[in-house]
Design a protein. Structure first.
Ligand code: HPA
Ligand code: ZN
Length: 334
């Protein structure tokens, strides 16, 4: 089987996807019209042309602008539903999706608006084709820790539907230890933890996410390669990295896909996974990320299977369910 077919056919898990980053220009323009929100774009073409980023912050500015069209319950349902249809199309059988409550609560849109919309879509996909989906509630690191603590309180009625907390937004200048208390509180509530670290920030931020936030995995983490002692720790403890190739190119973390370090991390024995991050902004969903790696780095079929197996091993699924998917990947009984 050729790699393209293998990538498309393997059952996969997506572990690093911001649901607000799956807002396609078509839905953005439709909702802007519905709610009479003025955006600086006249056409879908113009939206796509604007998606040329120099760094993380230049992307975040447009990402928060885009999210401003999400207003009522049905908007959040539409957003989630469209992404879950993608999962079905791409054979992403399990997904762990990040959402940014503060992006909405700061605009006066509460948990009672977005959570019912998200949950309605997730339940429908589960009923219709057995989609498996968990939610990760992210704190915006450019805001004070107090705001994260308040968000944790607001989330109380929905804790049964939230698997973990995460940390995203502007990395530089906002080290993980800024959120030590919020993560400790979340852990006490039984939530798991992840954090973006080592995308633009230094390896020190990865150390801090592990040692002070006690995260179960690191989002991005590609700069770990600069620190041999950190590489040893990540390998020995098999702390997963959720790597996002197309994102890294669009945000200029690497100049070109042929320079991406994911295979070096994999060869060093780290538990690395492939993910889409913000597919509508970065030009592709999960299969596109694998295909781009294959095109520019040349993947062996065993490497594809390893990366896909890693996505289940690094997930928050129970061991039995993990094993069922791992067996399917190994035996090829798809
Ligand atoms: N990094 C940090 N914050 C984010 C990202 C990202 O890739 N996507 C959405 N928020
Ligand atoms: Zn991300």
């Amino acid at each position: 089987m050729d790699n393209t077919r293998l990538i498309r056919q393997l059952p996969k898990a997506e572990l690093h996807l911001h649901i607000e980053g799956s807002l396609e220009p078509e839905l953005m323009m439709q909702l802007a019209k519905k709610h009479k929100v003025t955006l600086p774009y006249q056409s879908i073409e113009q939206v796509k042309q604007a998606y040329n980023f120099d760094n993380l912050q230049s992307f975040l500015d447009l990402y928060y602008l885009g999210a401003s069209v999400l207003r009522d319950e049905d908007d959040f349902y539409q957003l989630m539903w469209r992404y879950l249809l993608k999962c079905r199309e791409e054979n992403v059988v399990h997904c762990e999706l990040m959402f940014d409550p503060q992006t909405h609560t700061e605009r006066g849109i509460g948990f009672d608006i977005f959570m019912p919309g998200f949950l309605r879509a997730i339940e429908q996909a589960k009923q219709q084709w057995g989609q498996s989906c968990l939610l990760i509630m992210c704190f915006l690191r450019h805001l004070p820790e107090q705001s994260a603590l308040q968000t944790l309180q607001q989330a109380q009625p929905y804790l049964d539907h939230i698997e973990a907390v995460g940390l995203d937004s502007s990395e530089l200048g906002h080290p993980p230890e800024k959120f030590t208390q919020a993560f400790a509180e979340a852990k006490k509530m039984g939530l798991k933890a992840v954090a973006h670290a080592g995308e633009e920030g230094p390896p020190d931020y990865i150390w801090s996410a592990i040692n002070t936030l006690k995260v179960d995995r690191i989002d991005h983490g590609v700069r770990s390669i600069e620190d041999p002692a950190l590489m040893t720790l990540l390998k020995e403890q098999q702390i997963p990295l959720t790597v996002c190739p197309l994102s890294n190119i669009k945000l200029c973390v690497f100049d070109h896909m042929s320079q991406h370090n994911i295979l070096k991390l994999l060869d060093a024995g780290l538990l690395v996974t492939v993910n889409a991050d913000d597919p509508s902004y970065f030009g592709g969903y999960l299969n596109d990320n694998f295909l781009a790696l294959d095109q520019h780095l040349g993947l062996q079929s065993e490497q594809i299977k390893q990366l896909v197996s890693n996505s289940f091993n690094a997930s928050f699924l129970d061991d039995r369910t993990k094993q069922l998917w791992l067996d399917k990947i190994q035996t090829g009984s798809l």
